[in-house]
Write a protein that binds this ligand. Structure first.
Ligand code: ADP
Length: 246
């Protein structure tokens, strides 16, 4: 797949509010893009539009079929009375895959998120970070070429979030999927992505490429990371809350 694109997309909600204004963006196959910007600038609207969850809109999405998409929301949205394995496999059962295929995908997804030993656990027995891992595994089990993530780690404590950031980078490198990740955090965008699209008032204002050197260890203290954070903060001006970030 050569990638997907959003072409001159505008989205107006029923109340007349224009959430996206003539947005054009291309996402190469296998790329990792962060969508960054202050609350209300249209990040989630853009993601939902790509996912086919916003109709009608002006413009078009090309290179993306609904079956290509895995979506991870901020809330894990797990079924409380079903165990981890059942939560992960339910969408596959609905899609009608055979049991051995489902079993294989379950094992693969559990291993990717580090929950192999928790297949039988119920959601209430898991920490917030583990619940989010289950949510991620449920999306990965579909083996989607494109993963759309809407502030998935925003509610987690800082250390848990750092671990999930690292694991997500590893999963991305292993699975070679295209990731579009919404965050309001400058540091999370700089750490995770290869490129950040900075949004403001329903438009993409700036594109920032994040240097991928020094990735092997200690990237949070690497010059490339500080440079990316500075570039992002400058692009966001004073509209961005960076204090108190997890
Ligand atoms: P972000 O993800 O950047 O915080 P959103 O895409 O969620 O922003 O929202 C962009 C703007 O559109 C906000 O001002 C929000 O209030 C408005 N909005 C979002 N959803 C709806 C809706 N269903 N109806 C009307 N306005 C909406």
């Amino acid at each position: 797949m050569s990638g997907l694109a959003l072409n001159a997309a505008s989205l107006r909600y029923d109340n007349g509010f224009t959430a996206l204004n003539n947005v054009t963006a291309a996402f190469d196959s296998g790329s990792f893009t962060a969508l960054v910007g202050p609350s209300g600038c249209g990040k989630s609207s853009l993601l939902r539009l790509l996912a086919g969850l916003e109709h009608p809109f002006i413009g078009s999405v090309t290179g993306l079929a609904q079956s290509d998409i895995g979506f991870v929301f901020q809330e894990p949205t797990l079924l409380a009375w079903r165990n981890v394995a059942d939560n992960i496999t339910l969408p596959l059962k609905i899609e009608g895959h055979n049991p051995s295929e489902i079993g294989g995908r379950l094992d693969e997804a559990l291993a990717l998120v580090g929950l192999t030993d928790f297949a039988d656990a119920l959601p209430r027995q898991l920490s917030g970070g583990m619940k989010m891992r289950v949510s991620l595994a449920r999306a990965l089990a579909k083996r989607p070429p494109v993963l759309l993530m809407d502030e998935p780690f925003a509610a987690l404590d800082e250390l848990t979030r750092f671990r999930l950031d690292d694991d997500l980078r590893a999963i991305w490198q292993q699975q070679k999927c295209t990731i579009i990740f919404v965050t309001h955090s400058v540091t999370e965008a700089a750490y995770l992505a290869e490129r950040a699209l900075v949004m403001q008032d329903g438009e993409i204002q700036t594109e920032i490429t994040i240097d991928q050197n020094d990735r092997d260890s200690g990237f949070r203290s690497a010059p490339a990371f500080s440079a990316a954070c500075n570039a992002l903060s400058a692009a966001l001006g004073h509209g961005m809350e960076t204090k108190g970030e997890a």
